[in-house]
Design a protein around this ligand. Structure first.
Ligand code: PLP
Length: 347
């Protein structure tokens, strides 16, 4: 059904068959098939190429069957694979909102695929029609990020649905920050939209950026393509174990995320009180975009105090904007203390 969207070489590809693919039985106990060492268990063994146990756990947490889950070395692997599966270099193109997460464009450039950014409208709102106008017969993918990075806002669900129904290619909805939003996750609508790919990650709400684990939820057909193209052992054993640990202690994650929402509630009004703050944009993420009167000066001032925020002033539509991650109570208080001293210390 989506074969016409897939690159011909990928459709024809015969994937690498590894030793662990060929043998799936439970009864064997002598493994002499993969040239592994007999010593140093369990690190001597190649990990499960399809991460079946971990997917079972993720399936329960996310409410998506294992066959509709791909796990990648960060969401970044999934983003790159979307290009490699669907986009013929120098022929096909993709359409994306602007401003948004930088990796969509970096991966387009690496894969030599034309990237068509379409500015969001006022208040960083999504206009499906504007994106659809940029589509032509070679557009394979539309990139959507909600809540969007770096703006922080939820994109309108009606507009996203309009893209999903009217665009005949792949729509990727990156919900890296979905757990910080009150809206229903887009993955729950997977059944209705066979060409939608939803991205989630362990890097933000799961507090595990170091383990590099991203998730893609999509139709079995699309997941089969991901599995065909990925490196055989793309998720190492230590990462699979750490993810299982995180899931088994999900109560901790829920507590931390509640704390982040609380801190977000407190930080925003305090930022609004600062004289040099011109606008605090609404956010449904674990960061907030703040328009100030001189982003470079405040960025440098904070850096000299050992506080690093993200200066987005040179990003389209983000002039004089700083993107500030919601930290711990202590970190946020240190930030506010420094900002309150900003004007006085300058004189
Ligand atoms: C942080 C972030 C990710 C996470 O990428 P990983 O490779 O999983 O760490 C994905 N998408 C967006 C929009 C992000 O901001």
């Amino acid at each position: 059904m989506i074969d016409n969207l897939v690159r011909k070489n990928i459709l024809a590809l015969k994937p690498y068959s590894c030793a662990r693919d060929e043998f799936k039985g439970q009864e064997a106990h002598v493994f002499l098939d993969a040239n592994e060492s007999a010593y140093n268990y369990p690190l001597n063994r190649y990990p499960d190429p399809l991460q079946e146990q971990l997917k079972k756990s993720i399936s329960q947490v996310k409410g998506i069957p294992s066959e509709k889950i791909f796990l990648g070395n960060g969401s970044d692997e999934a983003i790159d694979l979307v290009y490699r599966i669907f986009c013929e270099p120098r022929v096909d193109n993709v359409v994306a909102i602007e401003p948004t997460y930088g990796m969509y464009k970096v991966c387009a450039d690496i894969n030599d695929v034309e990237y068509r950014p379409v500015p969001l409208s006022v208040n960083y709102a999504l206009s499906a029609d504007a994106l659809l106008q940029a589509v032509d017969e070679h557009t394979k993918v539309i990139w959507i990020c909600t809540p969007n990075n770096p703006t922080g806002n939820d994109l309108d669900r009606g507009e996203i649905q309009k893209l999903l129904t009217n665009f005949k290619g792949i729509v990727v909805v990156d919900e890296a920050y979905g757990d910080f939003s009150n809206l229903k996750p887009m993955r729950t609508y997977l059944e209705y939209f066979p060409r939608m790919i939803v991205l989630n990650t362990f890097s933000k709400s799961w507090a595990s950026a170091a383990i590099r684990l991203g998730m893609a939820f999509a139709s079995e057909e699309i997941i089969a393509l991901f599995n065909k193209v990925k490196y055989p052992y793309n998720i190492n054993l230590l990462t699979q174990q750490a993810a299982q640990d995180a899931i088994s202690q999900i109560i901790r994650i829920e507590r931390w995320n509640k704390e982040i929402r609380n801190e977000r509630q407190h930080l925003i009004p305090s930022l609004r009180e600062l004289s040099f703050v011109e606008h605090v944009y609404p956010t449904s993420a674990n960061f907030v975009l703040v328009k100030v009167n001189d982003a470079d000066a405040i960025y440098n001032y904070l850096m000299n105090k050992g506080i690093i925020v993200r200066n987005r002033t040179r990003v389209t539509m983000c002039q004089n904007a700083l993107r500030i991650t919601i930290g711990s109570k202590e970190e946020n208080n240190e930030l506010l203390g420094a900002l309150r001293n900003y004007r006085t210390s300058k004189r």
